[in-house]
Design a protein around this ligand. Structure first.
Ligand code: MG
Length: 377
């Protein structure tokens, strides 16, 4: 466990925290950021991640990542990096576990469609929605709406944000107007997300037969490890080969990330979290050559996996489901469960559309499919 004593002076900590929106008594046997993590794990939105698409829709196969297992892998990577750098592990874990709480069903197809439906009503952005879930939508505590998380956890969840939304959001929006950086733990969670999906999507894409070894070998990150593993184990069967390559790719990128970030922290001469915030750019990053390889793999997956014809077919279906649901609930809010219908009934325009978006965004894939079947027969 990371204790306060072993954390660097520039780590986010209870001592330099901006605290919770509603003041609460201190927990007896755990820290404030451990409490945040525990609240996230016990939330309804967290359990729903189990049945939400990462890349493959849940019913396509049992072994593919869901948003839940994706979030756990992000958390594993984020925690490793945070501990190695002497930063706040439970805060990093909290941000990682919560980063996708606001994601729609059907992955990016769902998000983009809901955003299009909400075009005249302020749009829809899953990142902003994750903050909305922990600030407002979870209804579990008697004394406050949402989970009343620490400022630094909320700051980390809100990865990006338009100026218009930033002004509306108050404290967590400030950094987008002032162009300052979030704490290092938030920066780690952000890049841990990308490392996690880059690697698990290679695994899932290969398992699905949508990516081939030949294609993957054009990627330097993959090819370097392929050459090493093949050289040492010439007869290894493909599944174990892929796994051995992926674990080494994660290891290479994470090691580079830790070493490069440590170098940048030292070079910037930061001693306090305010120095981190005032730095002209994020201090957490890979070295330029490794970052370029990481981006190259990301572009490759975009083209060959997310853009694969077989995926696009599911995308089109998901888009139709989300668009139909939005239209139906907007025309007749009474079709939604009472807690949403009652909220929407007294509203008009954008606030009313937001209630519909909240309801749809919270759905799991299979719930959305069933709701759609009920509406369309
Ligand atoms: Mg993610």
């Amino acid at each position: 466990m990371t204790t306060v004593d072993s954390m660097k002076s520039y780590a986010a900590s209870e001592a330099n925290s901006r605290g919770r929106r509603v003041e609460e008594p201190r927990p007896a046997h755990r820290g404030e950021y451990q409490r945040d993590r525990d609240r996230i794990i016990h939330s309804t939105a967290f359990r729903r991640l189990m049945y939400k698409t990462q890349v493959f829709v849940n019913h396509e196969g049992d072994l593919y990542r869901t948003r839940l297992t994706h979030s756990l892998e992000v958390s594993q990577i984020g925690r490793s990096v945070a501990v190695a750098l002497g930063l706040n592990e439970p805060l990093t874990e909290s941000i990682c576990l919560a980063h996708d709480l606001g994601h729609t069903p059907f992955g990016h197809a769902g998000q983009d469609t809901l955003n299009a439906c909400m075009r005249d009503f302020g749009g829809f952005e899953h990142n902003l929605q994750s903050l909305r879930v922990v600030d407002e939508l979870e209804a579990k505590y008697a004394d406050f709406p949402g989970l009343n998380l620490m400022f630094e956890t909320r700051e980390g969840i809100l990865k990006h944000c338009s100026s218009r939304n930033a002004r509306r959001l108050g404290d967590v929006g400030e950094r987008f107007l002032e162009r300052t950086q979030p704490g290092l733990e938030a920066q780690i969670a952000n890049i841990a997300d990308a490392i996690a999906y880059n690697n698990h999507d290679v695994d899932d894409g290969f398992r699905a037969g949508l990516l081939t070894l030949e294609q993957l070998r054009e990627q330097p990150l993959f090819e370097q490890q392929y050459a090493r593993v093949r050289g040492k184990y010439p007869d290894l069967e493909d599944r174990r080969l892929i796994f051995e390559i992926i674990r080494r790719m994660i290891g290479t990128v994470v090691t580079d990330l830790i070493e490069e970030t440590d170098r940048r922290i030292q070079a910037a001469g930061v001693t306090a979290i305010d120095d981190v915030r005032a730095a002209g750019e994020p201090l957490v990053n890979m070295s330029p050559p490794v970052y370029e390889q990481h981006l190259s793999l990301k572009r490759f997956l975009n083209k060959h996996l997310y853009g694969h014809e077989q995926k696009l077919e599911m995308t089109r279906r998901a888009q139709a489901i989300v668009a139909d649901l939005f239209k139906a609930y907007s025309q007749d809010v009474a079709l939604m469960p009472p807690e949403f219908a009652n909220r929407a009934a007294s509203l008009d325009g954008a606030p009313r559309a937001r209630v519909v978006a909240d309801y749809i965004a919270g759905m799991t894939d299979r719930y959305a499919i069933a709701a759609h079947e009920r509406l369309t027969g």
